[in-house]
Ligand binder design. Sequence first.
Ligand SMILES: *[C@@H]1O[C@H](CO)[C@@H](O)[C@H](O)[C@H]1NC(C)=O
Ligand SMILES: *[C@@H]1O[C@H](CO)[C@@H](O)[C@H](O)[C@H]1NC(C)=O
Ligand SMILES: *[C@@H]1O[C@H](CO)[C@@H](O)[C@H](O)[C@H]1NC(C)=O
Ligand SMILES: *[C@@H]1O[C@H](CO)[C@@H](O)[C@H](O)[C@H]1NC(C)=O
Length: 548
Amino acid sequence: MASTGSTPFPKWQLAILLGAPLAIGLGYLYLRNRLEDPEKKKIAELKAKTTISLDNEDNNAKASENALDRAMKLKGAGNRAFHAGEYDKAISLYNEAIEACPPNRSEDLATFYQNRSACYEKRDMWEQVKEDCTYALKLNEKYVKAFLRRSRAAEKSGDLVLALEDVTSACILEKFQVQSSLVNADRILKALGRQHAREALAKRRPVMPSKHFIKTYFSAFSEDPITKILLDDKGTGGFAKAKQALDAQDYDSIVDACTEELNTKGKYTNEALLLRATFYLLLGRHEEAQADLAKVIDSDATVKVKVNSLIKRASLYTQLENTERCLEDFARASQLDPNNSDIYHHRGQVYLLLERMDEATAEFAKAVELNPDFSIAYIQKCYADYRHAQINKNAGALTQVRADFEKALERFPKCSEAYILFGQVLSDQQEWSRVESLFDSALSIDPSNATLYVHKGLVQLQKNTDFEKAVKLINKAIEMDDKCDFAYETLGTIEVQRGNLRRSLELFEKAIALAKTELEMTHLFSLKDAAAAQLKVSERWGLDWTVS
Ligand SMILES: *[C@@H]1O[C@H](CO)[C@@H](O)[C@H](O)[C@H]1NC(C)=O
Ligand SMILES: *[C@@H]1O[C@H](CO)[C@@H](O)[C@H](O)[C@H]1NC(C)=O
Ligand SMILES: *[C@@H]1O[C@H](CO)[C@@H](O)[C@H](O)[C@H]1NC(C)=O
Ligand SMILES: *[C@@H]1O[C@H](CO)[C@@H](O)[C@H](O)[C@H]1NC(C)=O
């Protein structure tokens, strides 16, 4: 599944909505703004604090100067050795420099340690790199280079928490102006988020998603062989029981009923495997799902059953970020059943997620051509066309997209997704009154839908940065549905931007508890980890995060 139950579109859209391509960028918006004014002074003071002026005609002044001179010369020689690739020699020269240096020349000493750590880095000696950077940072707490190098060493040695904290410190000191540091931060966040997601998933008991989620999931397949199958034996075998349970939305008994069909070697073995795999997927039991799907794919199952299994396995590979195998399965599916629109619709979603817009639009076009009445595919095609036009800055195509959306509203007036996605498109064009009326129409179709209030809240934010109104609307969503993960995530992001880091951590926790896929969880942990690192660094330096 490229999308979650409560929202029809992938999570990266939230980042786009809020105008920050990098996860780390989201979190830093607020502090960046603050640094423009009062906090700037604090960082400046912080820098000043570590460069205490040198004065006094002390008796030992002369000797000290000589010692410093000597240390500087040793450092110079060390640098030359370093650049000649003679790292052992450089290390011993820096050792001598450290010994020679007057102990009260903190900043110079910090440099020597930092220089020595560069040699260790060349040698992949990560523990020594970290140790020397730590000395350097004790002597000079605003030392950007030492933060960056210790972050690299920590990342290499698998200490992602320290890596993130250090790169965060560096980003703050650089006032978020250095692109390479932001990119590093983003990469570390992604890895740490994934690590945390896997740990959390391993501990979590599989939870059945809501009925609504499951219904949405099944409705994303127009050629689902399980829902379409007509049984000849009424209600006796395991698979028949499973199918009745499916129709009655009694989802908890389905896995067992399918297992019964398999154990009794019933005639619907492949169907039972596919249905069981589907519920393993929904429960996040990936390995079991993969095993069942593999059996169906290599069996003598009907084409529709095999193709549905291939699409589901492909989506599973997306979640596991194995794009190559994912596309292989789609290719196999389209060979088996070239006229099955589900293949193109789902592959389009994968391309959308990968930001491969040319391919995404082609896939959706094909899905719609094969099945013009499939509203979800039609609307996603419109949206992919829009992203494509936007990326290529093609004004003519944009006009066409608008016309297509208007047509979609006429054709599928009961499909709230059409209003939502068109609303997003018009948000980008800042046509706020139309956007608001679209969301109101969606609400009149689907009045109990909490996520629609989140969208309304986002409009308030984009339209005139009205945090109060946005938060009020999103809180209303939570009141309506306290399992609305989209609401917690959005609110958490807003709180980061407002500087309420502690509150944002609580909200991200709630969203994480409701997350259904590893991909989604990784994304949420990245947001949470970014906020947590900022909180830690700003507490260390006494940066003020309270909201005015
Ligand atoms: C450092 O120590 C030397 C020798 O004791 C002294 O001459 C010098 O003034 C001191 N410098 C600072 C910045 O305290
Ligand atoms: C040592 O530190 C100085 C000052 O930061 C720097 O210019 C030089 O490139 C460093 N040398 C190495 C090998 O890192
Ligand atoms: C797919 O549809 C086209 C056009 O309707 C048809 O000519 C072709 O035979 C179909 N292919 C398969 C494999 O069913
Ligand atoms: C709410 O609306 C969204 C967007 O239109 C839709 O995807 C989702 O299925 C709806 N949720 C419910 C609970 O009806």
